[in-house]
Structures are given as structure tokens and as C-alpha cells.
Design a protein around this ligand. Structure first.
Ligand SMILES: [Zn+2]
Length: 440
């Protein structure tokens, strides 16, 4: 009995230790919106899987507290993705060594069955908490994963924007839909609190949703975000909670170093940097380079054929007008419309290849035409043209625009009925350029 007080003191000391917790380090390497850019951009030499892989391996070498996360939209954006429906990109991405990833809206561009194949191909957990089907059955095999790193239990919880209704089409998603993103994530976060030392939200969400999480989800201390392609100049911090996002197309790798307080279950300090993936400065990873070459060779045979000559460079806003002109010429429609977000690249000056059109229009979107009374024509297609309210006009758009016509970024209309499709927009553009010979 004599030593009881000492025991009590020791127990008290231990309790104190536990209550006080400890501070452990964690490094999160992260990417988002890689969009199948397996090779560096022609003009800037930024990005490219072999260079990104080399940078990841350099950052991870000797790092005992590093994990690597990807915040969605791995596919869609280059011919290798469109021709082979994304699968080679998921195969290549296995060489990056992701510890977890989440799905983006474009990971559904080839239909949800193909997304299932992506998840089967990925050798890492693909987590998403709010994509559900009938009876709230989850699409992903798990909403989160708990990674053990540097004696920390790091819960990585995946989520997708609520805007899927306007970012996809019923044909691609069928019964799958998103549950309210903030509420669903908060529900899982409550469940994860006791099982983890830190909750990291890996989210493919809009800027508005990023703000909403920071404003109203105090249980989420760290957010690795994606969907917007412009990286943040510096981390966004609100009440000690951090959000980071890097540039898309694999042009940057994020490195977020955290000191995590295991009692607070939150970071007490952090340091974030964005590492540019500059192909003219990084030695490529040879295993990845060989795989990229194999796929680029497959693509070359199909798309590196001369198409036309461009008299000048077309920036994205000019490209939108050029595409609408081609749509009118090729369909004979009075009006044409493509949403700005549907124009995925610029057009260089000089010799154009079929590949340039694939880069501008990677989506397999078809062109559809409607007959519309002048008074019902959406204002966004009119420009400065005046129309007879009673006359019937024809309007050409993509099937994507038709399915999402009510969105503000689309036509802002409801109930316009578009007829059977007249072929893929990409094929239409290629035909138009070939006939034009000179684009100006
Ligand atoms: Zn996205």
C-alpha cells in the first residue's frame, strides 16, 4: 500500500500525457485534375507523367511521413484518354504510387461502368462518400480509408461536387447521383473522429463548396481539393483549418507539411509549397517514360496527321466562336452554341494536326439541332442579331448542352427539344478544318 500514491501519481502523469497528446509530423503530396496529360505541354514543357513520377519519387525518398493523394479527374483531356476511354491513364497512374484518390466529374465521362473499371484497375483505394444509387448504396467501395503513417491514423475521406447534375448527363450516370456534399461529409467526419488522429477531406468540388466547407465544417481540419484547374497562390486558412489545391494537367505537385496535434486532431503548424513539374529541368522516370511512349505511339498513328494551316493563334474565347462557326457551316443551322467550359484548349498558329482538334474537343459529344421560334431563342446565342419572334430558326448545340440546357453556363432555357444527333462535334470540326485548309 505504501507505494500507492506513487502509482497514482504515475497514472496521473500518463493520463496527462494522453490528454496533452503529442505532435507528430505528416507530409501530404497531392495532385488534382491531371486530365490524361501523359506528356508535357508542347509550348510550356510543363507536366508529363514521367516527370511528375520523378518529382514524386524525389520528394518521397527517405520521407517516413509522406502520403500521396489525388483529388479526381485523372482522365479526359487528350487523345489517349478519348480513344481508349481512359483506361491506359489509370494503368499508368499506378506507377505514381498514390495512397488514395477520389473521383472527379470527368472520371464518369465514359459512363459509370467504365468508372467501375477504373476503380478495379487502380492499385490504391478510390474513396468517395457521396456518390449513391438506389437506396443510398455507395458507388465507391468505401467512403474513406484510414492510412497509418508516422504513428498517425490519417482518415482520408473522399467527396464529389453536388453540381453533377450540370456536369454530366443522365446517359453517363444513370441512377447514380451525388448526396449533399457538405452534410454527407460532416456525417462521416463525426463517425471518424474517434477512429483517427486527423481527418483529411479529399474533395473534387467547386469553389463555392470549398468556401462552404471552410465556413461550416469545423470537423474537417485539412482539405485537399480539386476541380478548379488553377492552383491556389497560397493555402487558404480559416480558423486554423487549411485548404490546398494545385494547378491541373500535372503541372504542379503539392507538398503540405503538417505538425498534427493528436489531442486536437488538427494541425498546429504547416508549410505548403507547390512544386512545378518542369520537363526541361527534371530527369524523367524511365519506367513511366517507356509506358508513356508506348501509348503516345499508339495515338500518333491516328492523330498526328496534317489537317490545315492556322493564320493565327486562337485563344479559348476565339475558339468558342470558331467552333460555333464550324457548327453553323457544317449543319446549316442559323445559330450554334458551345459552352466555354467545353472548349478545352487553344489552337496554335501554323500547321495544325488532327491532334490539335482532339485537344480542343476531347469529349465524345454529339451535335444536336433544334427548331426554335425566334422568341424562344436563348439570349446567349443571339449576340447582336435581331430575329423575327414568329419565325422558326435552327439551333445547333452539343448533346451535353442540350441535356444541361437550364444551367447558367449553358443556354438558361428549359424544354427546348433537340433532334437526333448529326455526329460527333470533334469529327465535325476535323471535317470543317480539312475543307477550309486555311483557318483565320
Ligand atoms: Zn472536375
Amino acid at each position: 500500500m505504501r507505494n500507492l500514491p506513487r502509482r497514482v501519481a504515475a497514472l496521473g502523469f500518463l493520463l496527462c500525457l494522453q490528454l496533452a497528446g503529442e505532435v507528430r509530423s505528416l507530409t501530404i503530396l497531392h495532385t488534382n485534375d491531371i486530365h490524361a496529360h501523359i506528356s508535357p505541354a508542347d509550348d510550356t514543357r510543363l507536366g508529363g507523367f514521367a516527370y511528375l513520377a520523378a518529382a514524386i519519387r524525389r520528394e518521397r525518398a527517405g520521407c517516413s511521413d509522406c502520403i500521396l493523394l489525388n483529388a479526381g479527374d485523372l482522365v479526359q483531356g487528350t487523345p489517349v484518354s478519348t480513344i481508349f476511354h481512359g483506361l491506359p491513364v489509370y494503368e499508368l497512374a499506378n506507377l505514381f504510387g498514390f495512397d488514395a484518390a477520389t473521383l472527379g466529374n470527368h472520371d464518369f465521362d465514359y459512363g459509370w461502368l467504365q468508372t467501375r473499371k477504373f476503380m478495379d484497375t487502380a492499385k490504391y483505394p478510390v474513396v468517395s462518400a457521396n456518390i449513391a444509387g438506389a437506396g443510398d448504396r455507395l458507388f465507391a467501395s468505401r467512403p474513406y480509408v484510414i492510412l497509418a503513417v508516422n504513428k498517425l491514423r490519417v482518415a482520408v475521406l473522399g467527396a464529389l461536387t453536388d453540381d453533377m447534375k450540370t456536369l454530366s448527363t443522365p446517359k453517363l450516370m444513370q441512377d447514380w447521383h451525388t448526396l449533399p456534399v457538405v452534410a454527407t461529409v460532416r456525417k462521416y467526419a463525426a463517425e471518424l473522429k474517434a477512429q483517427s488522429d486527423l481527418i483529411v477531406l479529399l474533395a473534387h468540388i467547386t469553389g463555392r463548396e470549398e468556401d462552404e466547407f471552410l465556413r461550416s465544417a469545423p470537423e474537417i481540419p485539412v482539405i485537399i481539393s480539386g476541380h478548379l484547374h488553377d492552383g491556389l497562390p497560397r493555402e487558404t486558412v480559416r480558423d486554423g483549418r487549411i485548404l490546398v489545391r494545385v494547378k491541373g494537367y500535372g503541372e504542379e505537385l503539392g507538398r503540405l507539411e503538417l505538425a498534427v496535434d493528436t489531442e486536437k486532431k488538427a494541425p498546429v503548424s504547416w508549410n505548403w509549397k507547390r512544386i512545378p513539374i518542369d520537363a526541361s529541368r527534371i530527369e524523367p522516370a524511365s519506367d513511366m517514360a517507356a509506358q508513356v511512349k508506348r501509348w503516345e505511339d499508339e495515338v500518333k498513328a491516328r492523330v498526328d496527321q496534317p489537317l490545315a494551316v492556322s493564320r493565327r493563334k486562337f485563344e479559348k474565347a476565339d475558339m468558342k466562336l470558331l467552333i460555333e462557326r464550324a457548327m453553323r457551316d457544317e449543319t446549316g443551322a442559323d445559330f450554334a452554341f458551345i459552352n466555354s467550359g467545353g472548349v478545352r484548349d487553344t489552337l496554335p498558329e501554323g500547321q495544325l494536326l488532327v491532334r490539335n482538334i482532339w485537344d480542343v474537343m476531347p469529349f465524345d459529344n454529339a451535335v444536336v439541332v433544334a427548331r426554335v421560334k425566334g422568341r424562344e431563342l436563348p439570349r446567349v446565342v443571339l449576340g447582336d442579331r435581331t430575329v423575327d419572334p414568329d419565325r422558326e430558326y435552327t439551333l445547333a448545340v452539343t448533346d451535353f448542352t442540350a441535356a444541361n440546357q437550364s444551367a447558367r453556363s449553358q443556354l438558361g432555357t428549359t424544354g427546348l427539344e433537340f433532334g437526333g444527333d448529326v455526329g460527333l462535334l470533334r469529327d465535325l470540326l476535323i471535317d470543317w478544318c480539312r475543307k477550309k485548309k486555311v483557318i483565320e
